[in-house]
Design a protein around this ligand. Structure first.
Ligand SMILES: Nc1ncnc2c1ncn2[C@@H]1O[C@H](COP(=O)(O)OP(=O)(O)OP(=O)(O)O)[C@@H](O)[C@H]1O
Length: 365
């Protein structure tokens, strides 16, 4: 296999007609990283991937792979390979010829390319099916053929566009583990587009959260989850309550934030201008039910809905001027108190559990 390569994306923009799909995105992906581009539909993640692959031209900006400027190189000369969402297998060719196809395009002789393809099929545990056609395979097996076909070109970077989306939930989890194992054993850089938080958390060393053509945060999964940089990231990753309001008062020790219908909350951290918009987040599993409330670090909420989930119970709460507020209580904590729908309950959290959210940073450090 080729040596893994750093990817250095310098302020790439993609404009389609009047739509700016990718807006001056800069990103460094270290060699050997499993990177997930994560975001809602239309945020620009596929366009970013396709520009790295060379299937889409950049409107401006540059892409460096290792020490090579690849911005204007055709896909086959970049050292990248792409695995498509639909797998794009040739229905009339057997697996060996499907996998060997790109070697044929490069002019490699029949025996040599078939031998290499068989080697790759063996790596993917598909050797017993080598003479079958794609339609005679399961979804998971077809996906492995598509992987074999991408990897046979010996790429430094594998680009994957929603590779698991066609699989049923059970297979998805199994193939996810196989992808991670493959990336670790090959040691090459994977860039994987997904809209699933769970998939990105399970796979990535580096999660790049995108929104409206920009990067909201690029960091390891634990950082993205525990220290979401922006309200968008906190909401998109889930399991956080975002409290949005304006700074009522502020000093060196923190801010008091007022929400539209009068609730007031405290956040430790840097001072901010009075009247400025301010967002904080508190994880849904960090809220205590029934304890005394330290002023500004909780409120009296009304239980709107209760969902029993087994190990935890999810409560939807209204009150204190907040539109949406969720508490995920451990089953034992919930059943000790057993609040009912419509009941007022004290909800509280520790000052250390407040995350002060900032503005999008657009690049990773
Ligand atoms: N060929 C195109 N022509 C015009 N607009 C396009 C084209 N491709 C993408 N777009 C637009 O660019 C924006 C970003 O699209 P992109 O496919 O990169 O997003 P995405 O995050 O991958 O979305 P999805 O998850 O739905 O695939 C969208 O508004 C989309 O409609």
């Amino acid at each position: 296999m080729s040596k893994a390569a750093d990817i250095d994306i310098a302020s790439i923009t993609k404009i389609y007609g009047t739509t700016t799909a990718v807006d001056a995105v800069s990103l460094k992906i270290r060699a050997g990283t499993y990177c997930c581009l994560l975001g809602p539909s239309g945020c620009g993640k596929t366009s970013t991937l396709r520009m790295i692959a060379g299937h889409e031209t950049v409107s401006s900006g540059d892409i460096l792979l290792g020490t090579t400027m690849v911005t204007d190189l055709p896909p086959a000369r970049r050292g990248t390979a792409m695995m498509f969402q639909s797998y794009a297998l040739f229905p009339h060719l057997d697996l060996v010829d499907n996998v060997a196809f790109s070697l044929k395009m490069k002019g490699m002789g029949r025996e040599e390319r078939r031998a290499k393809a068989l080697e790759m099929l063996t790596l993917m545990q598909l050797e017993p099916y080598a003479t079958r056609r794609p339609a005679q395979l399961s979804g998971g097996q077809q996906q492995r053929v598509a992987l074999a076909r991408a990897l046979i070109t010996d790429p430094a970077v594998l680009l994957l566009d929603e590779p698991l989306s066609a699989l049923d939930p059970f297979l998805k989890v199994r193939m996810r583990a196989e992808l991670k194992k493959l990336q670790t054993s090959l040691g090459i850089t994977f860039v994987h587009v997904t809209h699933s938080q769970e998939e990105a958390m399970a796979l990535a060393d580096l999660i790049v959260v995108m929104n409206e053509g920009r990067i909201e945060q690029a960091a390891p999964p634990r950082t993205v989850f525990e220290q979401p940089a922006t309200a968008f990231v906190a909401r998109f990753m889930g399991d956080h309550n975002v409290i949005s309001g304006r700074v009522l008062a502020s000093d060196a020790s923190g801010q008091t934030i007022e929400v539209p219908n009068g609730g007031r909350f405290h956040a430790n951290g840097p001072a901010a201008d009075t009247g400025a918009p301010a967002d904080i987040a508190v994880r849904t599993d960090r809220i205590r039910l029934g304890d005394p409330i330290a002023e500004g670090y909780g409120f009296q909420g009304i239980v709107g809905n209760i969902e029993y989930l087994g190990a935890t119970v999810r409560l939807s709460i209204t009150g204190a001027g907040l539109d949406e507020f969720t508490v995920v209580a451990r089953d034992t904590d919930f059943f000790t108190r057993q609040p009912k729908i419509g009941e007022a309950v004290p909800l509280s959290w520790d000052p250390g559990d407040v995350i002060v959210l900032g503005r999008p940073q657009h690049r990773n450090p």
